[in-house]
Ligand binder design. Structure first.
Ligand SMILES: *[C@@H]1O[C@H](CO)[C@@H](O)[C@H](O)[C@H]1NC(C)=O
Length: 290
């Protein structure tokens, strides 16, 4: 005659069943990575991204989902905009072919909801967050440099060190206006140094899904959505997990005590975005652990 399970086993089975039910419910909810589809907490950004009926000229590619308002997008195209009172013409008039890259840079900064993986906290009087090391596509950086190489400037880092005495930025005493090609010898120097490492020069090409595009054709959708998703995944998962070679990882798994493995389902329930973002098979692992 078959015996009834012992009370301890019965409790264990009930707990296991409850966990399975919780996991099943959890798996039905789409995973949301907190680094995706967000606006930074800075001077002009909207609280949350959303559609804008119309965005001005070069900012219009972002109109379906933007962190900027129509007003900000218009201001981004002005020489002396009320956004930052920043003067592009501090060494004579900036040629239009060069200026359009600065306008595009402003549109990306103000409007993009895909910079989440590179948002960094700052202690500044005028913003709480900035972007750091956004991997700018090789071509975007090189074209920016090529179209600006003959324009003039007196500074390498445009974030700091200006003379603001008149309310707009002017060259500090003792600085000289020189061609961009002298101040920024390579495209990488321009893209990385001008905004104190907001950008990182990426060796990846436009369309690779591995670098952020300042310029894109909205007819094919916003290519930066997929780029943000890729890097958000990388950053959410522990670096050790992403970078370790497979044999090492297997060894680490074997070294895990079974008691820790038994807690895995609970961890998966409590940390859905981590588990989901890192591609752990949600139902497979817990079932094996039970
Ligand atoms: C944007 O809004 C500011 C403040 O309300 C206003 O002064 C400015 O003229 C507006 N700019 C545009 C282009 O509408």
């Amino acid at each position: 005659m078959a015996e009834l399970p012992s009370p301890r086993l019965a409790v264990a089975m009930a707990v296991a069943l409850a966990l399975l039910v919780l996991l099943a419910a959890d798996a039905a909810v789409p995973v949301k990575n907190p680094l995706l589809n967000i606006c930074m907490d800075a001077k002009h950004h909207k609280h949350k991204p959303g559609p804008e009926g119309k965005l001005h000229d070069q900012c219009s590619p972002w109109k379906d989902n933007a962190c900027c308002t129509a007003n900000t997008s218009s201001e981004a195209h002005k020489d002396q905009s009320n956004l930052y009172n920043f003067n592009w013409n501090h060494c004579g008039v900036m040629p239009p072919k060069c200026k359009r890259h600065f306008i595009q840079d402003t549109c990306l900064y103000e409007c993009s909801p895909n910079l989440g993986p590179w948002i960094d906290q700052v202690d500044s009087s005028w913003r709480r967050e900035r972007i750091l090391h956004v991997p700018l596509c090789k071509e975007d950086c090189e074209e920016w440099w090529k179209d600006c190489k003959d324009a003039l400037t007196c500074k390498e880092n445009w974030h700091k060190g200006w003379n603001w005495a008149t309310g707009t930025n002017r060259c500090p005493w003792g600085s000289m206006c020189r061609p961009f090609s002298e101040v920024f010898p390579r495209p990488k120097d321009l893209c990385e140094k001008i905004w104190s490492n907001s950008y990182k020069y990426s060796p990846e090409h436009r369309g690779s899904g591995r670098c952020i595009q300042m310029w894109f054709d909205p007819a094919q959708g916003n290519p930066n959505v997929a780029v943000a998703r890729y890097y958000a995944w990388e950053k959410t998962c522990s670096p050790a997990q992403g970078e370790k070679a497979a044999p090492e990882r297997d060894q680490a798994a074997r070294a895990l005590p079974w008691s820790a493995l038994a807690l895995l389902p609970l961890a998966l329930v409590l940390l859905p975005e981590v588990a989901g973002g890192c591609g752990i098979p949600r139902m497979g692992v817990p079932v094996a652990a039970l």
